[in-house]
Design a protein around this ligand. Structure first.
Ligand code: GLA
Length: 737
């Protein structure tokens, strides 16, 4: 039993293997947040203090009890207009113009299994590992009710949250904010970790102490964005990878979002997260319900490493779906950086032939194969093969490439249209543009109105036609601009504020249809690299192209940030040519390989341009990745350095049975007479023996974890690190332990 409900005391306990979450309905029906942290087995309300704070109002039932204020107590899902002046989760404007919701407890239910959310991705249960708690709240004046949903997966220390807002009143209301979660933490001094960046430099880790007031990370771009990620960590000031308390939350949503953290007058911390209210205005008719997307939460008292592992487990096992959730991902060669738009079928065949020679599993044909797509300013939307470029059409090319022993993958950017395209000439009203204004163009393209069923049907049919025309095993689903024309020709004017969310719902519907119709096709998400890298997309696409920055040095930083929440198998990562196309930097081929191996591995270069020596290195890398594949994708991942602070990047994988471990990384700079860097390994069995593959030395797990190991002496900059350990049964004769 992971959920305990006590009708008498009003206490609800959600228990995971290592954590406990407590909620309490008090005598006024106010739903308080009591505790989230390690298991205590005690009603933790005794820790809460309710001071009399001037200017913090009192609800009418407690009008003269000056220490009872919704402004000062930890709440589970605060209403609005009730005297709580902190950041809020809900904003409802009633028919009479007033804007208040006073939510009071109205019952509960405990259900086996994990709830799902209509039209939205949600964590699912494998077998009977999950339970659901539903708490009902209502505002008796307006008839607005809120059902708070909690899903619990005890073995991963995961608690999910979602909210359903329903209108049982007689009048239509406007929802201006309907966030997914609120977490009030009454004590502690916290650092805020979030992941910021820009195109080709996503998810750079930032950590800063909270200050009094509100801090936030958000996107109003219609996608979860390169600039911020819908995930957050709060950790104590001294928290490290292996010690300290930390809370994490990841929103399972791919559109505009907002995370706000308020550090208040009483040094309490409130974290709220959900759909971005600034670009949201939803009409809720009598009898209607609105479903907020899911937030995945976890807590670790053992530092950030454990926090990330919890996220990795749940995303890998309970978010990603389909055949490729468990089966090995193909090692692919993508032609984008090899050719850009300059290719024909002959050139692709040459690249594919060499890729097959080198041992790759799949060839992916990127942008440029369709319509009049000679550059990035035309052709999007015309998903018909450009036979001037691919003479003979798609099928003969695919047949030739599959005959080489490769699978075939293809690029689409389904949500977009170029002004210079047949689709736009025929259906200009399908683009999200504002009436009477020139559209904002980005990369020469406009966004299709995915809120419309006819547009979605068209896209579905166009993609199906291509997938049905040849033996295609993979789709790269790209999305290369932010959304700004919030106007749909199909919606009445009072509903225009719904467009951004409706767009995401439309996208999810389309992805659900396609992934169900083509269960054997691997869908890889992409948005100019990692501009839509979130748990929502991972429900449909088990891997996402992590960044358009393929520079191995910069990738160590991007992938470091990504790893706080997202498992390694979800990270699309390729070896590219040098000088790198984004930075001009030259890094060794081996360093590019170990960096790309921390992901769903592949190549993004013209293999014909490699020297013979490089070709043999690539062959060997492919064989090596296949050997490590299970360890990398299903093993436990540990960050061994902070690439922003340390002079090297290092990370480690350990098989669940602790019989194998691999350390990969990069020493950024080499100096003369350089001292070797020590690192401590993690997650090994203390009393097992481990043999280092490169020289056969045997170490105890305890020695590797408490003493550590010295990184190799480097030569040149960006030098690769690889230390592979296998369990040894015997101590080497000449080795003394
Ligand atoms: C985006 C992707 C790239 C490539 C190009 C093609 O930028 O992230 O990998 O597919 O589009 O136009």
């Amino acid at each position: 039993m992971s959920i305990e409900a006590n009708g008498k005391t009003g206490l609800f306990r959600i228990l995971t293997d290592n954590t406990e979450y407590q909620i309490k309905a008090d005598k006024n029906g106010v739903l308080k947040h009591i505790w989230y942290g390690p298991k205590t087995g005690t009603d933790m309300e005794y820790m809460l203090d309710y001071p009399d704070v001037g200017f913090s109002g009192n609800i009418y039932e407690e009008a003269y009890n000056r220490s009872y204020s919704l402004d000062t107590m930890p709440l589970e899902y605060p209403g609005i207009g009730t005297g709580d002046f902190r950041v809020s989760v809900l904003k409802v404007v009633h028919d009479n113009g007033s804007c208040a919701v006073d939510l009071r407890y109205d019952g509960f239910d405990v259900k086996q299994g994990k709830y799902s959310i209509p039209g939205l991705p949600a964590v699912y249960s494998n077998g009977d590992e999950a339970e659901t708690l539903e708490l009902y709240l209502k505002d008796s004046v307006s008839g607005i009710s809120v059902t708070l949903k909690y899903g619990v997966i005890p073995k991963y220390d995961i608690i999910t949250r979602s909210a359903v807002i329903s209108n049982h009143g007689k009048d239509t209301v406007r929802l201006l904010s309907a966030l997914s979660m609120c977490l009030d933490i009454p004590y502690g001094e916290w650092d805020w970790i979030h992941f910021a960046g820009r195109h080709a430099m996503e998810r750079i880790t930032e950590r800063a102490p909270l200050f009094h007031g509100i801090q936030e990370s958000s996107s109003s771009r219609g996608t979860s964005s390169h600039q911020q990620n819908p995930s957050v960590i709060l950790c104590d000031r001294n928290a490290s990878e292996t010690s300290g308390e930390c809370y994490g939350a990841a929103l399972m949503y791919s559109g505009s979002f907002k995370t706000q953290i308020e550090y208040d007058q009483l040094n309490q911390t409130r974290l709220v997260m959900g759909i971005d209210p600034d670009s949201f205005d939803w009409e809720l008719k009598p009898g209607g319900s609105f479903y907020a997307p899911e937030a995945i939460m976890t807590y670790s008292s053992d530092g950030l490493d454990k926090l990330s592992q919890n996220f990795h487990h749940v995303i890998r096992n309970n978010v990603c779906r389909g055949k490729y959730k468990t089966s090995k991902r193909p090692i692919l060669l993508n032609n984008w950086e090899a050719t850009y738009f300059d290719f024909n079928e002959e050139k692709l065949e040459q690249i594919a032939r060499e890729a097959a020679e080198l041992g790759a599993d799949m060839f992916v044909m990127d942008d440029g194969w369709f319509g009049k797509r000679d550059s990035d300013s035309s052709g999007l939307g015309d998903w018909v093969v450009n036979e001037k470029r691919l003479r003979g059409g798609l099928k003969p090319l695919v047949d030739k490439i599959t005959a080489m022993g490769l699978k075939f993958g293809i690029w689409f950017e389904p949500e977009m249209v170029s002004e210079d395209s047949d689709l736009f000439r025929k259906h200009s009203d399908w683009a999200l543009t504002l009436p009477g204004r020139k559209p904002v163009v980005s990369r020469g393209q406009l966004v299709l109105d995915l809120t419309r069923a006819d547009v979605r049907d068209h896209i579905y049919n166009a993609i199906s036609a291509i997938l049905g025309s040849a033996d295609i095993s993979y789709v790269k689903w790209d999305m290369n601009r932010s959304i700004c024309g919030r106007y749909s020709r199909e919606l009445p004017s009072e509903r225009m504020g719904e467009i951004q969310h409706r767009y995401v719902l439309g996208l999810y519907e389309l992805l659900e249809r396609l992934t169900s119709a083509y269960p054997d096709v691997l869908f890889e998400g992409c948005s100019g690299g990692g501009g839509r890298f979130d748990a929502g997309m991972l429900y449909y696409c088990p891997q996402i192209w992590c960044s358009d920055d393929t520079d191995a040095y910069e990738r160590t930083k991007i992938q470091y940030g990504t790893s706080f929440i997202y498992p390694i198998s979800t990270v699309g990562s390729h070896v590219s040519a040098v000088p790198n196309h984004q930075t001009g930097r030259i890094t060794p081929l081996e360093s590019r390989a170990v960096t790309a191996m921390a992901g769903s591995f592949g190549y993004e270069l013209d293999p014909n341009a490699l020297t013979d020596e490089e070709k043999s290195a690539v062959k060997e890398q492919i064989v090596r990745f296949k050997k490590y594949n299970d360890l990398i994708h299903n093993g436990t991942y540990h960050r061994l350095s902070d690439p922003a602070a340390d002079k090297f990047a290092a990370w480690q994988f350990v098989l669940p049975d602790m019989s194998e471990s691999l350390v990969h990384g990069m020493i950024y700079k080499t100096e003369a007479n350089m001292l070797r860097y020590p690192i401590r390994l993690r997650g090994l069995a203390e009393d097992k023996l481990y043999k280092l593959d490169s020289d056969g030395t045997i170490y105890t797990g305890k020695a590797l974890m408490s003493g550590g190991i010295l990184l190799p002496r480097s030569w040149g900059d960006y030098a690769p690190i690889e230390l592979y350990f296998t369990e040894a049964t015997e101590v080497r004769k000449d080795e003394k332990i």
